[in-house]
Ligand binder design. Structure first.
Ligand SMILES: [Zn+2]
Ligand SMILES: [Zn+2]
Length: 260
């Protein structure tokens, strides 16, 4: 595979398919097969062997998610269901997050101050929000840890400086108590980034912040999250919490669990 993601065939040097899907190779194989066994050249015998071996390997290949053969991850029904289960939580989480952002007036340009631990000397320094990293608002990272850092700021005192000299830091908000978080969302003491790096909005923005297009619907990093998981980790019992993805309380959760 080349750096830009296109495959080049080692048989015919065309792009867009590999040796396994090459029609020229298939033709060569069929031609060789038509020759009576004793009259084949050794290259032809080898081609037949290789071709048939890889065909057999392909047909017995197992799904890397559920370990069943006959399909791959893209067609894996448990994986599709499990991803959908988390996507529903993502949508609810992101909608709640956006509502919270609007209610506190967080936006590029608003003013924030560090909160969290008491008598912090940095408490007095006001920061200007320069960016909101919407991608960091993802249920697969925030679910297990609470809100992670997503607000890029610059100290108000640095604003006059030359571009590039500004020191940027990244902070987060605290999860509001009113959120319908699920049993796997950590208790307040367990939200490390919220406890160490959260800010309060002291100068809210007038206009509501808008996330990038598709963000509210977005699957975000959910697919990548499942790259490291296998179907056996999916909990089947209520007390089976180690690998549980119940970060957000959505009504459909129960029903999905029963059907998968
Ligand atoms: Zn080819
Ligand atoms: Zn599968």
């Amino acid at each position: 595979m080349a750096w830009n993601g296109t495959v080049t065939c080692s048989e015919c040097y065309q792009t867009g398919h590999n040796k396994a899907g090459c029609s020229r190779r298939k033709e060569r194989y069929e031609k060789a097969l038509a020759i009576p066994k004793g009259e084949r050249e050794w290259q032809q015998t080898r081609l037949i062997e290789n071709y048939e071996n890889s065909k057999k390997r392909r047909s017995t290949r197992k799904c890397t998610y559920c370990s069943e053969s006959g399909h791959n991850r893209r067609k894996c029904v448990p994986l599709i269901n499990h991803i959908a289960y988390v996507v529903r939580q993502q949508k609810a989480f992101r909608a709640a997050f956006l509502e919270h952002v609007h209610s506190v007036g967080l936006h590029a340009g608003s003013l924030v101050q560090r909160s969290g631990y008491s008598a912090n000397q940095q408490r007095s320094v006001p920061f200007v929000v320069t960016a909101i990293h919407w991608d960091n608002v993802d249920i697969t990272t925030c679910g297990p840890h609470g809100l992670v850092r997503l607000i890029e700021v610059c100290p108000l005192t640095d604003l006059g400086g030359i571009r590039g000299d500004r020191s940027h830091q990244t902070f987060t908000l605290k999860s509001p108590d009113t959120w319908r978080t699920g049993p796997q969302w950590p208790i307040p003491e367990g939200r490390y980034q919220e406890n160490s790096y959260s800010v309060d909005v002291i100068g809210p923005a007038f206009t509501p912040a808008e996330p990038p297009q598709g963000w509210l619907e977005g699957s975000g990093r959910i697919k990548e999250y499942f790259n490291d998981r296998h179907s056996w980790q999916w909990p089947t019992k209520d007390n089976d919490t180690y690998y549980s993805c119940n970060w957000w309380d959505v009504e459909e959760n129960q029903e999905i669990k029963e059907s998968s």
